[in-house]
Design a protein around this ligand. Structure first.
Ligand code: 0O3
Ligand code: SF4
Length: 308
């Protein structure tokens, strides 16, 4: 039996930065620090921050006057930003710069009176934040079928943006449908799927070719982690998403000889290590790492929380 690790896997630059913002704010201002929504969609990370004094809330009305609040990595709507302003809350913004880039793009398009179609998953906080960059002129689609049903006011003046963590392959189908139904639609060169999402999906494609089981470490509400499991499933390989080693059912390993392991962008490496240790204890498997692209991406902290 072999355990094969995908590369790259786990934390992306946006998640590293978001967690560091909460930790630095706790160090600098002391507990409690309020965080609007799970700063990243990972149970272990949020439990750890909660133990250090972070208080996760969904609505700003839950934040007492005069407190400090951090916006999660997924970003917020203009309305949420305005509410924080009007309540005089001290805000640190942990929105990933690659999500902010999409927000800026939406703003530019609306200023040019273009309507904007967003491709994303309904109800996801990133979608709520990006859709909420404009009070009107925005449409949300999830599938090519949604595109078929879509009616817009300005088909000649139409743009699209995407959620950053979509399945690259599914998104390309929806974009093709958009271009078919709205030939004048303009968008980014390809989509707004970020480097980390792209690289982790590519790595699971390579992994799935060599494995008969893939285990993805990530929480059930982590969109990018769920997409990684789907990538393996689409390639006909059994695949599971687990929050940690204790969720592994030994039955999954029966009759398998090569188990692939990856992790979503919000899942810490310590959980991957524990999963690998657990499998090797059960099976005496050998562990190997696949080669992968070096990412070398990092984003600076807000000035007030940076070093020095
Ligand atoms: O967007 P997703 O549910 O995948 O969020 P996670 O799991 O917190 O991962 C970080 C990604 C993100 C903040 C948006 O791109
Ligand atoms: Fe940013 Fe991409 Fe990470 Fe999301 S997955 S936080 S867009 S780097």
């Amino acid at each position: 039996m072999q355990v094969i690790l995908a590369n790259p896997r786990g934390f992306c630059a946006g998640v590293e930065r978001a967690i560091a913002i909460v930790e630095r704010a706790l160090e600098k201002f002391g507990a409690p620090i309020y965080v609007r929504h799970e700063v990243v969609h990972n149970k272990f990370v949020c439990d750890d921050l909660r133990a250090k004094g972070a208080v996760f809330i969904e609505e700003l009305s839950e934040v007492p006057a005069g407190s400090t609040v951090i916006f999660s990595a997924h970003g917020v709507s203009k309305a949420v930003r305005e509410e924080a302003d009007s309540r005089g809350l001290k805000v640190f913004d942990a929105t990933c710069p690659l999500v902010t880039k999409v927000h800026v793009e939406v703003g530019k398009m609306r200023n040019q009176s273009r309507e904007v179609v967003m491709i994303g998953h309904k109800g996801h906080p990133e979608v709520e934040g990006t859709m909420g960059q404009s009070g009107d002129g925005m449409y949300l689609v999830e599938t090519a079928e949604d595109v078929k049903q879509l009616k817009v006011n300005t088909p000649r003046q139409l743009s699209f943006v995407t959620q950053t963590t979509l399945s690259v392959d599914d998104a390309s189908v929806v974009i093709a449908a958009l271009k078919h139904h709205f030939p004048d639609v303009q968008g980014p060169k390809k989509d707004d799927i970020c480097y980390a999402t792209q690289n982790r999906q590519d790595a699971v494609k390579v992994l799935a070719e060599q494995c008969d089981l893939v285990i993805v470490v990530g929480s059930p509400n982590s969109s990018n982690s769920r997409r990684l499991r789907e990538v393996a499933l689409t390639r006909g390989v059994d695949a599971y998403l687990v929050d940690g080693a204790d969720e592994i059912d030994p039955m999954w390993l029966e009759g398998k000889t090569r188990v692939g392991v990856s992790a979503g962008a919000s899942a810490p490496e310590i959980l991957v290590e524990r999963v690998v240790d657990h499998i090797t204890q059960l099976t005496h498997a050998q562990v190997k790492q696949l080669a992968g692209v070096e990412e070398g991406v990092s984003f600076p902290l807000p000035k007030e929380l940076g070093i020095g």
